[in-house]
Design a protein around this ligand. Structure first.
Ligand code: PEP
Ligand code: MG
Length: 661
C-alpha cells in the first residue's frame, strides 16, 4: 500500500531528519520505500534517502509492504508532514555540521618524523601571525590510502567479509565511545553521529561486500564503494548533500585504517608547544584544535588575511602560511623554528639558530609580560579624545581572550562562524541569544556586529550559491543579504532584540552603493514594526558600514551622511584597491596595506568621516600594526579593532604618541 504527501520537514530530508526518518522506518517490520519523481529507495538507508534529495514542499509517496504497513505509513507520513521533524533535540544524534568534512576528526598517519634532512632549509612564506617559536614538528598530512588491489582466492572471501564487518564494528564502537564521553559540543556530536550512520549504512556495507564477493580485497573494496557513493553525493544539485561526499570518504578512510592496522592521529594529540605543519587546514578545524598547546602554524595554503591567520593571531600563535609545495620539505623535520614576523621557517635548526630563537622567544615572553600593564589603560589622543582599542572576534568562546587583553568592546564580530557551524541557518532566537551574550559581556562598551559576510567561496547550509568565476567579486556580503530578506531579516530582528541588553551597533560588509544602506534601513524599520506588533522587546541600534571596496571610498562623503560610523576593512580594501587576491601567495607582495594607493584610500575615507562628524574606525588587520597606528590616529581614526593578541601593544603605542607631545 502507499500514500502520497507534500514534505513539510524544514529544509527537507537532509542528514539529521533523514537519519530520524530511517530510525522510524526501521522500527517497522514492513519493507518501506520512499518514492520521488518515480524513483523509489529503501526508507531504511540514510545514504539512499539523502541521495534522493527530498526537499521541503516536494511531493513524495511512502510505500510499505508487510504486516505493519498501515502503521508504518501512518507514522512516516506524520513525520514528513511535521515541519519540525528531526530538528528537536531528542538527546541522541545531534546536528550534523554543515562543514562535516572540514570538521571531521581527520585521521592521519604522518609518521612521528625523526629523519634527518640535509642541512637546515630556510623556507620563505607569508608572515601571517607575528611572533617566533621553536618546537617539535607536528606534521599533519593525512596520507592517501591506496588499496593493494589484490585479487582474492575463492576460499579467502568469507574471511575477508568477516574482517570488513569487524572493521566497521570497530569504527562504530569508537564513534559510540566518543558520543558517550559527553564532552562534545552539539555540533561535533552531530558530526560523529552522522558519520556513524554512514558507516552502518547498507549502501556502503552492501556495496563493499558485493565487491569483496567479486574478488576485491577489503581495503580496495571500501575505497571503490566510498568513491561511488561520494560521487553520487557530489552529483546532487544541493550544497549540503555535496558536502556529504567528504563524510563518506572520511568514513571509508576510518574503516581502511582499521583494516590496515593503522592508528589515526588527530590534532587532539598535538604535543605542548609543537609547530603544526600542514598543507591546508580548515579554519573550523583549527578553531576546534587544542590551541593552547599549539606553538606555531605552518601551511602550504593561506595568506596574511585568510581566516587561519586571523585565528592564529587572535590566539597569539605565530604563523607562516602560503609556503606552497615547499611545505612538503618540512614533512620529515623533527624540530621547526618559525618567525611569523619575517615569514621564515627553518627545519631542524642547528645550535646557533636554536640559541637565537630561544633567546627571541624569551624576549617576546618578557615583552608580553611588560605589556600587561596596558590592559586597563584607556588610551587618548593628545587632545584627550579616547581611542577605542577593541577586539575582532568570531565566537562567544573568544570573549574571554578579548577581555583578558583589555578590549574596550568589540569592533568586529564576524557572524559567519555562527552560520557555518550549523547544518541549518541559525534561528532568530539562537542569534538573539548570541548577540545578547556579547552585548552583556562588554557593556557599556559597544559591540559592533557585522551582518553576514559570506559568498560562494564559503558555502553554508541553507543558502544556494551560484557557481562564480570570481567569488570575491560576486554574490557576497550585503549583496547576498539584500537578495535574501528571509535570512537577512532574521539576523536584523535578532540584533534589534539583542540591543535591549547592551550597546549593539551593526555594520554592513562589502558596501558599494548608498542604496544598499537605504534598503537595509527600510528592512530594519520593517523588522522593528513587526517586533512591536508582536510585543517583543527591542531597541534601535546605530547602523554603520565597512569601507572595503574602492566604490565605498569614492562615495565616502555621501555615504557618511547616511550612516553612524565607518569601519575600514583593510583586508578586503587592500585586495580590491591593488587587484591582488588576499589568499594568493604569488601576489602577496602587492597585497600590502602600506602601498601608497591603499594608504590614500584610507586617508580619503578618514577625511570624509571626520568632515561629516561620524566615527571612523578600522577593523582590518592593519589596525593592530604599531608601525601604522600613529598614522591612522593622525588621520582621525578614533577606533581600532584588532586581534586580542595585539591590543596591549596598540594601547602602548597610542599612549606613547600622547606622551611625545
Ligand atoms: C576586512 O576585509 O578588512 C575585514 C575586516 O573583513 P574580513 O577579513 O572578515 O573580510
Ligand atoms: Mg572584509
Amino acid at each position: 500500500m502507499e500514500r502520497s504527501t507534500i514534505v513539510r520537514v524544514h529544509e527537507g530530508l537532509h542528514a539529521r531528519p533523514a537519519t530520524r526518518f530511517v530510525k522510524l522506518a526501521k522500527g517497522f517490520e514492513s519493507d518501506v520505500e520512499l518514492v520521488k519523481d518515480g524513483k523509489a529507495v529503501s526508507a531504511k538507508s540514510s545514504v539512499k534517502l539523502m541521495l534522493l534529495a527530498v526537499k521541503e514542499n516536494q511531493e513524495v509517496t511512502v510505500r510499505a509492504n508487510g504486516a505493519d504497513a498501515i502503521e508504518a505509513i501512518e507514522a512516516l507520513i506524520g513525520y514528513l508532514e511535521n515541519p519540525r521533524a528531526g530538528l528537536d533535540d531528542e538527546g541522541e544524534a545531534g546536528e550534523a555540521g554543515s562543514e562535516t568534512a572540514a570538521a571531521t576528526p581527520a585521521p592521519e598517519a604522518a609518521p612521528p618524523a625523526a629523519a634527518a634532512v640535509d642541512g637546515p632549509p630556510k623556507l620563505q612564506g607569508v608572515a601571517a601571525s607575528e611572533g617566533v617559536a621553536i618546537g617539535p614538528a607536528f606534521a599533519h598530512f593525512p596520507p592517501e590510502i591506496e588499496g593493494p588491489g589484490r585479487r582474492l582466492q575463492g576460499d579467502e572471501i568469507e574471511d575477508e567479509i568477516e574482517r570488513f564487518r569487524g572493521a566497521v564494528a570497530s569504527v562504530q564502537a569508537r564513534m559510540d565511545r566518543t558520543l558517550a564521553e559527553n564532552n562534545l559540543s552539539a555540533g561535533d556530536r552531530g558530526i560523529v553521529a552522522a558519520l556513524r550512520d554512514i558507516a552502518a549504512d547498507d549502501s556502503l556495507t552492501g556495496e563493499v561486500e558485493r565487491l569483496i564477493k567479486g574478488g576485491d580485497d577489503a581495503v580496495s573494496a571500501v575505497i571503490a564503494a566510498a568513491a561511488t557513493i561520494a560521487a553520487d553525493f557530489s552529483a546532487v544539485d544541493d550544497h549540503y548533500l555535496n558536502a556529504r561526499a567528504d563524510d563518506v570518504h572520511a568514513v571509508g578512510r576510518q574503516i581502511c585504517l582499521v583494516l590496515l592496522g593503522q592508528d589515526e592521529v588527530s590534532l587532539e594529540t598535538i604535543p605542548q608547544g609543537a609547530i603544526l605543519i600542514a598543507d591546508d587546514i580548515g579554519a573550523w578545524d583549527l578553531a576546534r584544535a587544542p590551541l593552547k598547546r599549539i606553538g606555531g602554524v605552518v601551511c602550504g595554503h593561506g595568506g596574511a588575511t585568510s581566516h587561519i591567520a586571523i585565528i592564529a593571531r587572535s590566539h597569539g600563535i605565530p604563523a607562516v602560511l602560503g609556503l606552497g609545495d615547499k611545505v612538503n620539505e618540512l614533512r620529515a623535520a623533527s624540530q621547526v623554528a618559525i618567525d611569523g614576523n619575517a615569514g621564515h621557517v627553518i627545519a631542524d635548526p642547528d645550535e646557533t639558530v636554536r640559541a637565537d630563537f630561544t633567546r627571541r622567544v624569551e624576549a617576546a615572553a618578557k615583552e608580553r609580560a611588560g605589556l600587561k600593564v596596558f590592559k586597563g589603560v584607556t588610551p587618548t589622543r593628545a587632545d584627550g579624545t579616547v581611542i577605542e582599542v577593541a577586539a575582532n572576534i568570531g565566537s562567544l568562546e573568544e570573549i574571554e581572550a578579548a577581555q583578558e587583553a583589555g578590549a574596550m568592546g568589540v569592533g568586529l564580530f564576524r557572524t559567519e562562524l555562527l552560520f557555518m557551524r550549523h547544518m541549518h541557518l541559525p534561528s532568530e532566537d539562537m542569534q538573539a541569544e548570541t548577540y545578547s551574550a556579547l552585548a552583556k559581556a562588554f557593556a557599556p562598551h559597544s559591540v559592533i556586529v557585522r551582518t553576514l559576510d559570506i559568498g560562494g567561496d564559503k558555502p553554508i547550509a541553507g543558502i544556494e550559491f551560484p557557481d562564480e568565476e570570481n567569488p570575491f567579486l560576486g554574490w557576497r556580503g550585503i549583496r547576498m543579504c539584500l537578495d535574501r530578506p528571509d535570512i537577512f531579516k532574521r539576523q536584523l530582528r535578532a540584533l534589534l532584540r539583542a540591543a535591549v541588553h547592551g550597546n549593539i551597533k551593526v555594520m554592513l560588509p562589502m558596501v558599494s552603493e548608498i542604496a544598499e544602506v537605504t534598503r537595509t534601513r527600510a528592512l530594519v524599520d520593517e523588522c522593528a514594526a513587526e517586533l512591536k506588533a508582536e510585543g517583543v522587546p527591542y531597541a534601535s541600534f546605530e547602523l554603520g558600514v565597512m569601507i572595503e571596496t574602492p566604490a565605498a571610498v569614492l562615495i565616502a562623503p555621501a555615504l557618511a551622511k547616511e550612516v553612524a560610523f565607518f569601519s575600514i576593512g583593510t583586508n578586503d580594501l587592500t585586495q580590491y584597491i591593488m587587484a591582488a587576491d588576499r589568499l594568493n601567495p604569488t601576489v602577496a607582495k602587492l597585497n600590502d596595506v602600506t602601498n601608497p594607493a591603499v594608504m590614500s584610500a584610507i586617508e580619503l575615507t578618514a577625511k570624509a568621516g571626520v568632515a561629516a562628524g561620524i566615527m571612523v574606525g578600522m577593523c582590518g588587520e592593519a589596525a593592530g600594526r604599531p608601525d601604522l597606528i600613529p598614522t591612522f590616529v593622525k588621520m582621525g581614526l578614533t577606533e581600532l579593532s584588532m586581534s586580542p593578541a595585539s591590543i596591549q601593544r596598540a594601547k602602548k603605542t597610542i599612549a606613547a604618541m600622547a606622551a611625545e607631545r
